[in-house]
Design a binder for this molecule. Structure first.
Ligand code: AMP
Length: 394
């Protein structure tokens, strides 16, 4: 069996895992433990014997990983029978300390802990996952793969906010960008599809999932991206607002007596598609729009207008664009979003083929379109596995 990596993505009340063949990207098993710490937790494991479900209460991340290890024993594949070379951990915020994946040691844990103020929703859960996995799987090397690392190539004029200079030094306030693992994977796949080297291509990648972000990629390197200090900035998302006037925070404090925490929570969890329609799932918004719901139509228009604005902005940043790449749940599956996002951009050399787009083919532009429009499934687990391997093979 070829080299496998156990990829772990620990959220605040969930633990997702995948045993990935680093050469082929195939998962020998995947699993998800949800509602950790609640009365009823749900564990699903997909292995060689099919799907296994369990509804036992799972108190914490340690118990969740123990349940995963048990599922590997009973449902397969037995971890001892697989050539596992590393455990790869998704870590959301690497700040400006990590421009590449890194071996987990006490120093890395201290550095990721220092970054908690920048990612209070994500880094504590990621750290919990790392600590639990190191205890349960002490003989394997553990590697942290950062969502921010790919965007560390942004030039200072792209990552610096126009605010008092000392904020950057004192509080780390600057643009970091996220979804880097996906942008990196998808842009490399797009280059392969086009039969060119990443270094020869300029691309705009649109990751449209529950979270959404755009990246301008020149010669394989990220030069601008829509998410900022946190994943809140940029495109409209399932529950996040994306770009807005920062004065809204102050106004709500003055006229509604809302605390910073309350407004932060609303902008992260009660805004975006959910704030506009009550539904955060794009498929539901799409169903309602098809049924003539006006709020769903407005949400769709706002969502697509924002994407189009970023395409225009990043076209200008890059000067020439070889490909626009759509990925993640909405990007891969919604022909209507892709069509609306590039509608009217023929003068920029972006020509969509309606038939190819409706069928979500890999190439959805016409053969004579100067800019290729591509639909490429993301595979963050495979990318994490490959990056983890580069660290243990150094
Ligand atoms: P992700 O975060 O990549 O899993 O993407 C989740 C988002 O993709 C959700 O808003 C889903 O509603 C959306 N999505 C998944 N499948 C489809 C589909 N067939 N058509 C439109 N949106 C979809």
């Amino acid at each position: 069996m070829s080299d496998h990596v156990l990829v772990i993505n620990a959220g605040s009340s969930s633990l997702k895992y995948s045993l990935v063949d680093s050469a082929s990207g195939e998962a020998a098993a995947t699993g998800l433990v949800e509602q950790i710490g609640e009365e009823r937790s749900h564990h699903v494991h997909h292995g060689p014997k099919g799907e296994f479900n369990d509804e036992q209460p799972i108190a914490n991340h340690e118990a969740a990983l123990e349940a995963a290890v048990r599922a590997f024993e009973t449902e397969g594949p037995a971890l001892a029978d697989v050539d596992i070379v590393a455990v790869g951990h998704r870590v959301v915020h690497g700040g400006d300390r990590f421009a590449a994946p890194a071996l987990v040691d006490d120093e890395l844990i201290a550095a990721v802990t220092d970054l908690v103020p920048l990612a209070p929703l994500h880094n504590p859960a990621n750290l919990e996952g790392i600590e639990v996995a190191r205890r349960l799987l002490p003989d394997l090397p553990h590697v942290a793969v950062f969502d921010t690392a790919f965007h560390q190539t942004l030039p200072p004029y792209a990552y610096t906010y126009a605010v008092p200079t000392q904020w950057k030094e004192q509080y780390g306030i600057r643009r970091y960008g996220f979804h880097g693992t996906s942008h990196s994977f998808v842009s490399a796949q797009a280059a392969r599809l086009l039969g060119r080297k990443p270094s020869e291509l300029n691309m705009i990648v649109l990751h449209l999932g529950n979270g959404c972000s755009a990246a301008a990629i020149r010669g394989g390197e990220s030069v601008d991206t829509s998410m900022g200090l946190t994943p809140l900035e940029g495109l409209v998302m399932g529950t996040r607002s994306g770009d807005l006037d920062p004065a809204i925070h102050g106004l709500l404090a003055r006229v509604a007596g809302r605390s910073a925490e309350e407004t932060d929570h609303s902008l992260n969890s009660e805004s975006g598609l959910k704030g506009l329609t009550g539904a955060n799932d794009f498929r539901e918004v799409s169903r309602r729009r098809a049924a003539g719901d006006e709020r769903a139509q407005l949400a769709f228009d706002i969502y697509c207008q924002r994407i189009k604005k970023y395409i225009g902005a990043y076209y200008a940043v890059l000067g020439t664009v070889d490909a626009i790449v759509f990925t993640a749940g909405v990007g891969q599956h919604s022909a209507e979003v892709r069509a609306a996002a590039v509608d009217g951009l023929e003068t920029l050399g972006i020509r969509l083929d309606p038939g190819r787009n409706a069928r979500s083919e890999l190439t959805v532009s016409t053969d004579d379109s100067p800019v290729a429009v591509l639909v490429i499934p993301t595979n963050e687990e495979w990318q994490i596995a490959r990056e983890a391997l580069t660290v243990v093979r150094r």
